[in-house]
Ligand binder design. Structure first.
Ligand code: ZN
Length: 110
């Protein structure tokens, strides 16, 4: 008999929901959160008073070499899905957002 082990990322607060990695750094404190869409929305709402008051971030200098294999996410899936819904762009309510849809979203934000 063969076995298959499947690893699934789940929300840190809701173990029954799919989670997505959300890197969070506040000063010297760094976290790797796994959050469902609802929790991402709650986190964004909680920090909104601070992010709204902050100036836009300055461009970061390009590092001499990459120290991580995975790039930081380019978009917040919940926000992309909200934009897709408002603009009639079809996208699955679950899973990774296709690069072409991310590109459309980013182009619309520019
Ligand atoms: Zn959650």
């Amino acid at each position: 008999m063969s076995k298959e082990t499947v690893m699934r990322r789940v929300c840190d607060l809701h173990n029954d929901r799919e989670g997505f990695e959300v890197p969070l750094t506040v000063g010297v404190h760094a976290y790797a959160l796994d959050l469902c869409y609802e929790c991402q929305e709650a986190l964004l709402a909680a920090v909104e008073p601070f992010t709204d008051a902050a100036p836009a971030p300055a461009a970061q200098p390009t590092p001499a070499r990459r120290t991580r294999k995975t790039a930081a996410p380019r978009t917040v899936p919940m926000l992309v899905r909200e934009w897709c819904a408002a603009n009639g762009v079809p996208v699955s309510p679950h899973g990774k957002i296709p690069r072409v849809v991310e590109d459309q979203y980013l182009a619309a934000q520019a």
